[in-house]
Design a protein around this ligand. Structure first.
Ligand code: HEC
Length: 155
């Protein structure tokens, strides 16, 4: 029994040698969603608070992101999240793409699938209130239609 514990502990210590890449990339404010003054302040504030840890280059890592293998799991979410939407490079997306990402966001926000529930349990401040959802819904819907005029015709 003691041997097994020593082995488990040894593996855990070795895991700590594999670090995740936490480098902070420089933010180009000209491309950043939250820095875009044309977008309403409340919309930017909500997205920054609830989505930026996984969907931007501005991730705030919790202390346990220093502990492998939890850190690998967290980094997986961030890599995946950034692949789908990266609000730090929002202005590099074409209009139709932005429009699609906004509609997708709404589809995930409504049933509380985003922010990820496992994240909310650790970050209650990121939970979207009914009011937050209403603000996002109104703006994202309008903006999606404005960016992709074909949407309305398809409806
Ligand atoms: C804890 C990290 C995390 C947070 C916070 C988070 N997301 Fe995500 N998001 C992910 C991951 C991981 C994926 C890709 C895998 C998946 O779909 O579950 C994703 C995927 C998405 C997708 C793409 C779904 C698809 O399949 O097209 C949308 C849209 C999205 N997120 C919107 C948001 C919005 C909007 C917020 C803020 C209200 C948010 N997310 C907050 C981690 C996160």
């Amino acid at each position: 029994m003691k041997k097994i514990l020593i082995v488990i502990f040894g593996v855990f210590i070795l895991m700590q040698l594999i670090r995740i890449d936490r480098s902070h990339l420089t933010i180009d404010k000209g491309k950043d969603f939250a820095s875009n003054e044309i977008i309403p302040t409340d919309v930017r504030a909500i997205v920054k608070r609830s989505c930026y840890d996984c969907h931007s280059f501005e991730t705030n890592y919790p202390w346990y992101a220093n502990v492998s293998p939890v850190s690998w799991w967290i980094k997986g979410h961030i890599n995946e999240g950034r692949k789908f939407i990266n609000f730090s490079i929002w202005e590099t997306y074409a209009n139709e793409e932005k429009s699609r990402k906004l509609l997708n966001s709404l589809a995930y926000i409504k049933p509380d699938m985003m922010p990820l529930p496992s994240y909310i349990s650790q970050h209650p401040e990121a939970k979207l209130s009914v009011e937050d959802k209403k603000i996002l819904n109104e703006w994202m819907m309008e903006e999606a239609k404005r960016l992709d005029p074909n949407l309305e015709k398809e409806e």
